[in-house]
Ligand binder design. Sequence first.
Ligand SMILES: NC(=O)c1ccc[n+]([C@@H]2O[C@H](COP(=O)([O-])OP(=O)(O)OC[C@H]3O[C@@H](n4cnc5c(N)ncnc54)[C@H](OP(=O)(O)O)[C@@H]3O)[C@@H](O)[C@H]2O)c1
Length: 330
Amino acid sequence: MTNQQIRLAKRPSGMLADDDFALTEEAVPALSDGQFLIQNEFVSLDPAMRGWMNEGTTYIRGVELGAVMRAFAVGKVIQSNHPDFTIGQYVSGLTGVQTHAVSNGAGIEKIRSQDVPPSWYLGVLGMPGMTAYFGLLDKGALQDGETVFVSGAAGMIGTLVGQIAKIKGCRVVGSAGSDEKCAYLVNEIGFDAAINYNTESLPDALKTHCPTGIDVFFDNVGGPTLDAGLANLARGARVVICGAISQYNASDMYGPKNYMKIVSARGSMTGIIVFDFLAEYPEAVRQLSEWLKAGKIKYREHVETGIERFPHVLRMLYTGENFGKLVLKL
Ligand SMILES: NC(=O)c1ccc[n+]([C@@H]2O[C@H](COP(=O)([O-])OP(=O)(O)OC[C@H]3O[C@@H](n4cnc5c(N)ncnc54)[C@H](OP(=O)(O)O)[C@@H]3O)[C@@H](O)[C@H]2O)c1
């Protein structure tokens, strides 16, 4: 049996390129006692993967040159010498961009529910879903009826943040990169307003759509988007820095200019690292599953196919070509 793998071939400079990665093949090794073999079916594309390609350590170590690219994946156990993982069991974990992974169970979660497709455990019921949930409700300390602005609103985390805020009776405004995405946010998932940052002035539009100011600003984008949100904070606002996707491929990082607005608004700005909430994931999965079942949350996946297309598909996150949670079907 052959394992196809995407390995990190070189460290990117600026926007990642196809030849930053190499497609390799090797035989799947025989299992030792206590090991099992996973056939990966879907790999998750997450914006943070661009940061993992850099040298050094931030909240997690950069991927070593020549190593299989780190990624969350879901797959099925197809061979097992492990008492707790039986053949046919769906699992998820950081098993990398490869068709097969040998594991001893460390860091591997069993997918027990068959109510939703296994790939949803890479998105709404996986790491990104947990980020939206805890970022908004814990770090953002959202109160019923507040005004929420979420950037990157049509993406995986943005759509979920907006929908949770609507469940909590909030006014929700989002920014996204196309009219099609903005129409989806307002007409299909219930945002109060959506701003196309490519055709509208974000600072002006925020004044219009958040007349009493922004109480919770959930920022996925950074750069000038962060500044536009800061300029429109309400008194006591909480700014949750979830990510800064506009800056991940930039050689010169844009720093915020409007940060003194935190002072005049008596606000706060805080970062989230989702892994800090690991112990609380089950409660969030339970609540999100309940909302999905009740039709209170809609979930959109963007599925691409073919391991050899991985570099192009990953790049889609940074060009805005994805519309929904981006996954690669192997
Ligand atoms: N802190 C944590 O623990 C944690 C965990 C997971 C993810 N995150 C962060 O959460 C954010 C969202 O992740 P996601 O998985 O939900 O991805 P996503 O939103 O599904 O995909 C990325 C989207 O970002 C937008 N984008 C790309 N380049 C942009 C630019 N230059 N300016 C403005 N928007 C741009 C694009 O949408 P448009 O077409 O609208 O531009 C694109 O579709 C990322 O910043 C990620 O790093 C943080």
